[in-house]
Design a binder for this molecule. Structure first.
Ligand SMILES: NC(=O)c1ccc[n+]([C@@H]2O[C@H](COP(=O)([O-])OP(=O)(O)OC[C@H]3O[C@@H](n4cnc5c(N)ncnc54)[C@H](OP(=O)(O)O)[C@@H]3O)[C@@H](O)[C@H]2O)c1
Length: 247
């Protein structure tokens, strides 16, 4: 289980590994993948995804700083009421060790400003973004690229890991649905960053599975769209999600 670090401040003599990955440069505190380490988690986007996951990370013992498109967002006032720190996206990114990106795909350009991009350099960025069309009923891209890869291309010096995009936000509150643990596929190119995200997912109770390289976001994003089709196109509602059975 995770244990609290004695201080949130990283030790001065910490070992930072800087590696060239398929999508850029990555500098990650080696200790973050330790299951027993408390993590400073920044969240960009305080909507359905950011608020529920933020609350769950906080309940799991991590420290959470959350941001929205504007300091005046009522979602930030709500987040403060359940114990999150609130900040701008650049402040949250600067403060955090791991950042969850949970904004609409169409807002990526407005969100990942120069300030935010610089602040995210060397950090683990969990990309939960699905490239949904305005009516949510199709994807704007796929097969040859993905939102995950496009985020990584924008954040050339961050460790981007695709995760939490295949679960409907209403089901983040509990990792179990119908008696089954929900699958949490995690895709990324940096092994340390991916291990950190896998541990975070397991800590929240999900069936966190290594889904390979970041290019596999091309297949994880359609999984989300199919859930939306089942929920709204087929009228099944949102009480459904993916599980992985093994022999
Ligand atoms: N909803 C789901 O079931 C689900 C599940 C998995 C993944 N996803 C994906 O996760 C992402 C978020 O979905 P959501 O349902 O949480 O969306 P949402 O409820 O619409 O919330 C979006 C959040 O992003 C913030 N935002 C927008 N532009 C921003 C900017 N320029 N800088 C900083 N923050 C900005 C919004 O700020 P304000 O509060 O100021 O408006 C809001 O807090 C999407 O890409 C979606 O495809 C959604």
């Amino acid at each position: 289980m995770l244990r609290l670090r004695s201080t949130y401040t990283l030790p001065v003599q910490q070992t930072i590994r800087i590696r060239s990955t398929r999508h850029g440069w990555c500098a990650v505190d080696n200790s973050l993948h330790d299951q027993e380490t408390l993590v400073k988690i920044g969240i960009i986007g305080a909507g359905n995804v950011g608020s529920v996951l933020g609350r769950r990370f906080l309940e799991a013992g991590h420290e959470v700083t959350i941001s929205a498109s504007s300091p005046a967002s009522p979602r930030l006032a709500e987040a403060a009421s359940w114990g999150a720190n609130v900040a701008t996206a650049a402040e949250a990114a600067t403060w955090a060790e791991v950042v969850l990106l949970a904004v609409p795909f169409t807002e990526l350009g407005a969100t990942l400003t120069v300030d935010v991009t610089i602040a995210l350099a060397g950090k683990i960025v969990i990309d939960a973004v699905n490239p949904l069309a305005a009516d949510f009923m199709s994807l704007l891209l796929g097969h040859t690229t993905s939102a995950g890869e496009q985020v990584a291309a924008r954040l050339g010096r961050s460790c981007v890991v695709k995760a939490f995009n295949t679960i409907l936000a209403s089901n983040f509150a509990s990792p179990e649905l119908g008696g089954n643990r929900l699958l949490l596929p995690v895709a990324g190119d940096d092994p340390v960053a991916k291990k950190t995200v896998l541990e975070l997912g397991k800590q929240l109770g999900f069936d966190a599975v290594d889904a390979g390289a970041l290019t596999n976001a091309r297949y994880l994003e359609p999984m989300a769209e199919l859930l939306i089709q089942l929920a709204y196109g087929q009228g099944m509602g949102t009480n459904n999600g993916w599980t992985l059975t093994r022999a």
